[in-house]
Each structure stands twice: as structure tokens, then as C-alpha cells.
Design a protein around this ligand. Structure first.
Ligand SMILES: [Zn+2]
Length: 401
């Protein structure tokens, strides 16, 4: 029996310590763990005993291995670190991710509503993760908020849990997907031309996007029992189109917002009963990225933790103009931040929208989180500091704002 402090090891000298249980699925128990050698946080998935569960372990292991061999490191998929055993149980060691999309949506709702920036980021990241799977012939088959997690390290949403995943060449596909994310061809698999394939993930992506925008799922309005009456009668307009239209209309955004309009088009296409009318992941990515990119808003950067802190209200115009003074201030800031953990980089832009702000890149997101709380509200040179996180992608491209 695994408990706090139990050790799992492999023949190559790797060892992982169980910290605490963080979840349980159909096939396995998931623990937060510690890599004893590197001292980094990991997720430890311990599969239940038995042939069925050994197969689930093997499926996830092979899928991630094949995708990695073919596509290299995919930032939008969970990174598998090791596969080993604990007694008769199979174990996977994965990178540690948190929080889940469900938690992020919940936190966003405490403020107001997930912003269009966050919605766009979720759909974009998920579509990119799915795209790599689809390219390798795999279908995730259980896309839902609980299986999407935020990575503070990479600043992306990542897909996890491939326990129901299958290959498009597989002959027998059971009742995959969670009920409200389930595509018509999974509910009713015997309709000609509608055999479950990668398009079932696109359907779930449509349900997810609809939910993020409207807080409703398609199943709140229509019971999905295979093709709708219009599609059965070969009519041009699928009944789902009208539901999507209505739900989008009820939101606070308007069709004048180009991203909102694009999202409506994409969701409508993803939720077509007929597979042939749904877009591919590449289509989705292309469509939602044709517009000028949005920057994350203030609230977004409180909700999405990363390794980077943005410090607001720290500097005045005089300090920015004086090179020597600025260099001293930078040293002071790095010195102060180092109290929370190693600092990789610190940038103070002297022009552009990032002027008067400080960006501190910590090696670990745990240290960044501790600095986030401790520095927020502190007085520095007579000013009250406000902290937010900052996305790595913007840091690397020097898109400071
Ligand atoms: Zn239809």
C-alpha cells in the first residue's frame, strides 16, 4: 500500500517519493511526488493491479513515446519522465502540472468570466496538443476540463490522461468520452460515414469552447442521440448551428468583436453532426489565429501562474532615465527576489508599453508564487508594488506590456 513517504524506484537509480494523493481515475491513483535525485516535483500515476490496468498503462506509455518520437517535445502535451513498477503495479512518472482547467475556470468566474484572451489561449493550446496526437493517428477521446492542465513552467495548457485514447486503425471503440462531451458518432456508432475518428476530439473541443464562452453545454439544449433530424434528412443546416447562435447571442460580447465572431464560426463548425463538415485541428488553429494577437489582461495574469513575475508601480520616469541608478535598482531587485529562490533573468524595459515595469524570471514557479505573495503590497522607494505573473512566450519574444 502506498502512503506518504513511500519510495518508488527503477533499475537506473531513479527514485521518487510519494508526497500526497492528489486524485484518482478509472485506472490509477495519482500522487504528488518528489524526484529524490533532482528534488523536482513530479506526478506519480500508480495503475491498479490487473491485466486491464496494465494495458491502460501500456497504452498511455506507448502513445506518449510514439508522439514524442514523431513530433519531438510537444509543449501542449504532458511530459512523461519515466515508466516503472511498484510491486505488481505499473507506474508512470509525469511532469507535475497544476492547476487544472476546471480550477482556472472556477477562479476566473470568481472575478467575472473567463476573458476572450484565456478562451483563445485554451482553444489554441488544446488544438495544438490534439493536432500532434492526430498527426500520429491517435484520438484523445476524453477531452474535458479535468483533462487539461496548466503548466506554470511552459505557460501553456497541456492535455493529460490518455486512458481512453485509441488509434484510428483500432477496430473496436467502446463508449469513449464523458457524456456531455460525447460526439454523435460515439453515441450512435452505426451510421454510415460517421465512424468515430479524430473528429470526435473536434466535437469535444467545440463543446469546450461553447462552454467557455456561454457557460452552457450543447447537451443542456439537445439530447445527442446520433445525427439531428435535419442532418438525417440531409438538410444543409444542422440543428446545432441554431443552438450555438442563440447561446453566443446571450453573452456580453458582440459580433463586432472579431475574435468572438471567429470563435462562433469555429464552434459552429466543430459541432456539426456530420464528421465531414467539421474542421481539422490545423483549420481551427489557422482560423483563430488570423487576427492580431491579444495580450493577456491584468486579471488573466493573476489567474495563470508562471515562473515570471511582473512588478508594477516600482519605478518612476526619473529612475528609468538614469542609467546608473537603474542598474543599482536592478541589482537591489534581484537581491531581494533571490530571497525567494534562484533568479534566471530580470528585465527592466526602458521604452515601449513595458516601461516602468520589472520582469523577474525565477527558476522555479514555486519560488515565483512565494515572491508573488510576499512582494505584493510591499513598499519600494515609497511606492506600493503590485505583482502579477507574466507569460513565458511574451518574455521570450520581448513583448513586454
Ligand atoms: Zn445536425
Amino acid at each position: 500500500m502506498l502512503e506518504e513517504g513511500s519510495l518508488i524506484g527503477n533499475q537506473h537509480g531513479g527514485a521518487w517519493k510519494i508526497i500526497k494523493k492528489i486524485g484518482s481515475g478509472r485506472c490509477c491513483q495519482v500522487y504528488e511526488g518528489l524526484d529524490v535525485v533532482s528534488k523536482s516535483q513530479v506526478a506519480i500515476k500508480v495503475y491498479n493491479e490487473g491485466l486491464k490496468f496494465n494495458c491502460a498503462h501500456q497504452r498511455e506509455f506507448l502513445l506518449l513515446k510514439i508522439v514524442h518520437e514523431k513530433c519531438g517535445e510537444v509543449t501542449q502535451l504532458v511530459r512523461m519522465l519515466e515508466s516503472c513498477c511498484y510491486g505488481n503495479q505499473q507506474v508512470l512518472i509525469d511532469e507535475y502540472l497544476q492547476p487544472s482547467l476546471s480550477v482556472i475556470i472556477y477562479t476566473a468566474k470568481q472575478q467575472s468570466h473567463p476573458s476572450l484572451f484565456i478562451i483563445h489561449k485554451i482553444i489554441n493550446d488544446v488544438a495544438r496538443g490534439l493536432s500532434a496526437l492526430h498527426l500520429c493517428g491517435f484520438v484523445h477521446a476524453d477531452l474535458k476540463p479535468d483533462n487539461i492542465q496548466w503548466s506554470p513552467k511552459s505557460g501553456t495548457f497541456k492535455l493529460i490522461d490518455f486512458g481512453l485514447s485509441f488509434n484510428i486503425l483500432d477496430k473496436e471503440i467502446g463508449l469513449v468520452q464523458s457524456s456531455s462531451y460525447r460526439a454523435p458518432e460515439v453515441v450512435c456508432p452505426n451510421q454510415p460515414g460517421n465512424v468515430p475518428n479524430t473528429a470526435i476530439d473536434i466535437w469535444s473541443l467545440g463543446v469546450l469552447a461553447l462552454y467557455l464562452v456561454s457557460e452552457h453545454k450543447l447537451t443542456d439544449y439537445r439530447k445527442i442521440q446520433g445525427l439531428c433530424a435535419a442532418c438525417q434528412g440531409n438538410e444543409n443546416k444542422c440543428e446545432n448551428t441554431e443552438v450555438v447562435e442563440k447561446l453566443f447571442q446571450q453573452t456580453t460580447w458582440h459580433d463586432q468583436n472579431n475574435l468572438f465572431k471567429k470563435l462562433k464560426e469555429v464552434v459552429t463548425q466543430c459541432l456539426q453532426c456530420q464528421i465531414s463538415r467539421r474542421p481539422t485541428c490545423t483549420d481551427v488553429i489557422q482560423q483563430i489565429n488570423t487576427l492580431t494577437s491579444l495580450n493577456a489582461g491584468f486579471l488573466d495574469l493573476l489567474i495563470l501562474p508562471t515562473c515570471i513575475l511582473r512588478l508594477l508601480n516600482m519605478l518612476g520616469d526619473c529612475e528609468i532615465k538614469n542609467e546608473t541608478e537603474l542598474s543599482d535598482i536592478k541589482d537591489d531587485i534581484i537581491e531581494e527576489c533571490k530571497k525567494y529562490g534562484p533568479v534566471k533573468d530580470c528585465i527592466i524595459p526602458t521604452d515601449g508599453p513595458g516601461i516602468n515595469k520589472v520582469y523577474v524570471y525565477f527558476t522555479s514557479h514555486i519560488d515565483a508564487a512565494s515572491a508573488f505573495t510576499k512582494l505584493n503590497g510591499r513598499t519600494f522607494n515609497g511606492r506600493t508594488v503590485i505583482t502579477t505573473y507574466f507569460l513565458p512566450a511574451d518574455f521570450y519574444t520581448k513583448n513586454f506590456f
